[in-house]
Design a protein around this ligand. Sequence first.
Ligand code: NDP
Length: 326
Amino acid sequence: MSFRAIRVTEDEQGRHAAVETLEDERLPPGEVTVDVAYSTVNYKDGLALAGKGIVRTFPLTPGIDLAGTVADSADPRFAPGDRVVLNGFGRGESKDGGFAERARVGADELVPLPDALSTRQAAAIGTAGYTAMLSVLALEDAGVAPGDGDVLVTGAAGGVGSVAISLLAARGYRVIASTGRPEHGDYLRELGAADLVDRATLSAPGKPLASERWAAAVDSVGSHTLANVLAATRYGGTVTACGLAQGLDLPGSVAPFILRGVRLQGIDSVYAPMESRRRAWTALAAELDPAHLDSITETVALADVIPLAPRILAGRVRGRTLVDVR
Ligand code: NDP
């Protein structure tokens, strides 16, 4: 059988992405073959499609997410017809990922889908949404309660930010959205943001400590933004850090940690243990408003994915981009 896939190749002229038709023999080794229904476009996929950084082997099928149905399994945990989702584990970076009609993967990488989520919904949530839930659960584990005060979400109109706002508001937190795109103010309020702040107020170099403003924060931006968020976090508050949309650096001081007992909790989705993944997916199935998920999701065909790379890298994509692979 043959299947369509986006392939990133490298030659003397550089790196190129194109849709190709491959034979099943080109599938990599693995216990489970999946008929992929959907993938999504995350920031990392933008990097891979643009031939930047993260691709570690060529040729490679990008796509850090996939959701679909098991076609064939050599592992007793999965049978043909099972609906599954896969996020990370190096897919789309060092191993073939989800921008393909078929994928062969390790059984240890797959999460069986909760009945309450359709395959389409699971894909729309994708790495960004599952990372948002990991962040929310980290705040819960740190003891941040809804009555504690304002919770800031940075990178608000992006994939992680949009889902985080919806999840936190549904749990009863008062959410403040930091965005550089005030034109999406109505969208952010509809997801549950009580108020907005201009991201420019956070993105320049700031003081080691500022007045105590945030009970907690979910940050996907890094750099000066994260340093300023930490500096304005209230005594004993917690900040989660998952992203680097502004930068990989963290140009701050230890003052928030040693003078206010602020906690900085890193969030990694790629190699998160299966127990954390199942917990996050179960919570997403129970808590994420399907109407919100619809409102943040734009759907594109596999053939339309490659031109999206510059847009997501420039921070111009809103919410989540679902790829209908079929
Ligand atoms: P998106 O591109 O969808 O969203 C990022 C948002 O960040 C933008 O929408 C924008 O929000 C804001 N932003 C963009 N550029 C800047 C800038 N220069 N300064 C300040 N804010 C900026 O990406 P995702 O939401 O999918 O991912 C966000 C980050 O999290 C990425 O760095 C991604 O790699 C990382 N990530 C990490 C994971 C992990 O496992 N640790 C998993 C998933 C994502 P606005 O327009 O509202 O200001």
